[in-house]
Design a protein around this ligand. Structure first.
Ligand code: NAD
Ligand code: MG
Length: 386
């Protein structure tokens, strides 16, 4: 069997390293063809020595010499910079691109990979939040499949297997509620980044962990679901399920609901995106229902977690509004991680940035680039005044 050649954008992150575990556990099926990182050059060197990819890319160009010298004894191509990261996905030998980098930076390489007709295993949800319509149109024109990696969307995707022609009535996205689910508004006002970085069920990168604590992550996942599954906003419901055993559900037109369950472990959705439509044998932890015998469900509170309401608002207003929210969110999360603003101030800054940034109803790629820059500028100003 020819091994599937996989390019991992963001191989040193939480998703990237778990994807490498999946590859390592299936050496006769998968090979890492390209590995990329932003700054973590030592990790990238170690990965390259272990997985022997065809090429590595470090986005931060100042790390190029170190990377090049450390791999000089191996026949591995070494590149640096954002342009190289975009181009590397075009290599004809690549069979699939896993987008596991974080934030808006994923947009351009993802577009390039779609144009090069490489099936996308999509973890970088920000790409669909920012430019879902553009990405969908491009994928349709190029005939490039986009397979979800986000656990909720993988769950929906798994529920849809065998349901061709059966319309979705409702997508039910589950949310853990994060570490502050039971906090009062007074408590939320003083929570710290260390508390926010302790997610109860998932071990993830810092940015998505803060997004989970503020529930912006769930707002983004609502937008992601719209573009992945072609459903209207009123067909997407969020239910808080603190145990994270049900990863999401689909309700069909006869009222029947299918759910996908499992222990919280991202290796399963990563592997499913790699192996779809097959399922591969794996020793991921199994659910023991005698231990997980108390599955609970709550309505999300958009008064305490305003980011969820702001994301729904952006979805309803459409155009470049989700791009504005994403840019403002990247600025406030970085500021919160530097202790420059409070947890609750993040929503204030996003809301004010939404009001100030120019609205574009039918954005082109160039409009998204301009919107991202303008929204970052305003959000940065507002953070400073805060
Ligand atoms: P992470 O911070 O652990 O890793 C990010 C990776 O991207 C690193 O390899 C980093 O070097 C690279 N990177 C960051 N900025 C970059 C840039 N500007 N240019 C090039 N490379 C860059 O993040 P993560 O938790 O692995 O999340 C990655 C993506 O997957 C995010 O979009 C996140 O929302 C999504 N996701 C993650 C999880 C999870 O469990 N971690 C679950 C669902 C979705
Ligand atoms: Mg998720």
């Amino acid at each position: 069997m020819k091994k599937k050649q996989i390019a991992i954008l963001g191989s040193t992150g939480s998703i990237g390293t778990q994807a490498l575990e999946v590859i390592e556990n299936n050496p006769d099926r998968y090979e890492a063809y390209v590995l990329t990182a932003n700054n973590r050059v030592d990790e990238l060197i170690a990965q390259a020595r272990r997985f022997r990819p065809e090429a590595v890319v470090i986005a931060n160009e100042s790390c190029y010499t170190q990377l090049k010298e450390a791999l000089a004894d191996l026949p591995i191509k070494v590149y640096a910079g954002a342009d190289a990261l975009c181009q590397v996905v075009e290599d004809t030998a690549i069979d699939m691109v896993l987008t596991a980098m974080v934030g808006y930076a994923g947009l351009r390489p993802t577009m390039n990979a779609i144009r090069a007709r490489k099936p996308i295993a999509l973890a970088n949800k920000e790409t669909l939040v920012v430019a879902g319509e553009l990405i969908n149109d491009l994928a349709r024109v190029c005939g490039t499949p986009i397979l979800p990696v986000d656990s909720e969307h993988s769950a929906v995707f798994q529920c849809l297997a065998g349901e061709v022609g059966n319309p979705i009535e409702k997508v039910i996205l589950t949310a853990s509620g994060g570490p502050f689910r039971t906090c009062t508004p007074e408590q939320l006002a003083t929570v710290t980044k260390d508390q926010a970085l302790k997610h109860p069920n998932w071990d993830m990168g810092a940015k998505i962990t803060i997004d989970s604590a503020s529930m912006m992550n769930k707002g983004f996942e609502v937008i992601e679901a719209k573009w992945l599954f072609g459903v209207r906003p009123d067909q997407i419901e969020v239910v808080v399920h603190p145990q994270s055993i049900i990863h999401s559900m689909v309700q069909f037109e006869d009222g029947g609901i299918k759910a996908q369950l499992g222990m919280p472990d991202m290796r399963l959705p990563i592997q499913y995106a790699f192996s779809y439509p097959d399922r591969l044998k794996a020793d991921f932890p199994r659910v023991d229902f005698t231990l997980c015998n108390h599955l609970t469900f709550e309505r999300p509170d958009t008064t305490r977690f305003r980011n969820l309401a702001l994301a729904y608002e952006a979805l309803h207003r459409g155009g470049n509004m989700p791009c504005i929210v994403n840019a403002a969110n990247e600025i406030v999360v970085a500021a919160f991680l530097r202790d420059e603003i409070s947890f609750l101030a993040m929503s204030d800054v996003i809301e004010q940035t939404m009001a100030r940034t120019s609205f574009v109803a039918k954005p082109t790629y160039e409009d998204y680039v301009a919107t991202d820059a303008e929204a970052r500028h305003y959000a940065t100003e507002i953070v400073k005044q805060n």
